[in-house]
Design a protein around this ligand. Sequence first.
Ligand code: PLP
Length: 469
Amino acid sequence: MSRSAHPAGPRHADVLAELHPLNPPTDPGAIDPSIWPASVNRVEGVLRIGGRSVTELTAEHGSPVFLLDEDDLRGRARSYAQAFANADVFYAGKAFLCTAVARWIADEGLGLDVCSGGELAVASAAGFPPERIAMHGNNKSSIELRRALEAGVGLIILDSFDEIDRLATLADSLGRQQDVLVRVTVGVEAHTHEFIATAHEDQKFGFSLRGGVAADAVRRVLASPALRLAGLHSHIGSQIFDLDGFQVAAARLVDFAVALRDEHGIEVERLDLGGGLGIAYVAGDDPHSPKEIGERLLDIVARASRAAGLNVPRIAVEPGRAIVGPSTMTVYEIGTVKSIELDGGARRLYVSVDGGMSDNIRTALYDADYTCTLANRTSTAEPVVARVVGKHCESGDIVVRDTWLPADTRPGDLLAIAATGAYCHSMASNYNHVPRPAVVAVQDGVATVIVRRETEDDLLRLDPGSGRQ
Ligand SMILES: *Cc1c(COP(=O)(O)O)cnc(C)c1O
């Protein structure tokens, strides 16, 4: 989507200097605490996280590596739990999930969203309390639904008529009544500083308010004794800074709740407003604090409900990125450096690292921006326009499109990329048969591998012709 909205042209050639989005940094080694994991600092030039230096950590755990600040992640989870004290917070596991993270999330009192059998398997392996799990997905298979029922998940979010029938039959055959939410598409699409509100949705998720589709879905649930309508769900976007989109979404959900009361005499118990809360990737990104978000969203729903004469439903939110994103940085080793002359004489330093789109697809997929810095030293060399690229056979394999790095950046240097906790490892691939990096959690000077680095042996084991099974 962003590919076509973002042609490469204007950022190239002789217009580069003028259109380059950033000014050279006054201190290229500076660590902005609003972007980097909370414990990151620099001692004698070397970046540290959780009380350990990145040079030691990469020597022990290899490169590239995801370094996760456990206290940072837990602190954000706790802040959301506190800000939504009389509401529910479900951590969206798709942002990044492993058993360690599931256990921390459980400890901090949050619920967990899963959206596949695989994510449910991780939650179960972690011993996550099943009644605090919500299961999402627009195409959950019968096997996934059965496993969710057998595991005793608290909520299943219904996304299609096929699924309502499938789940009703399965729950009935297991002699269970399952609490469900109906996912409503409210016609709001929100990203960063803007939202679009239309009457319709041209997308795969949920039941549209338009044409009475969502109302039909509720009728079908109410007619299924094995299902219990626990509430409504909506999810409006990602990386949202401006909360006004939630106001429109909540108003539409409340209107729908009024219609359901009038038709069926039922009160909607729960309103789940979904996730999508934004984080800072680069200087100038200005997310609200969990406390502000909590106050604002609770207020929006309370006002709209009271104005409509409804009991105020119990609110839920589902932050993924906002909990795990800022907790983690990726550290790569630089392998090659090329200074390329562009039309008009400007130059760009292409810095190749030992990973790329296989461990961070977001730049290629969404044109995401990132902040990076030399991690093993600081430099007094002049900052130059640079682009951080990966090692894959694809010219779109870019990690940081536009940045500044010291002119003496060289092979063997370590480069850290901030805010890579969400949708990087979880979207990682084995493109070019590059094994996926480890995720190492660091706390109080202790480093723990929470996802092991993949090996070539792991890859060969999937190939029956390799003789490695
Ligand atoms: C993706 C998703 C989330 C989490 O989104 P973030 O942007 O990571 O907060 C929450 N709920 C649903 C239904 C989602 O699809």
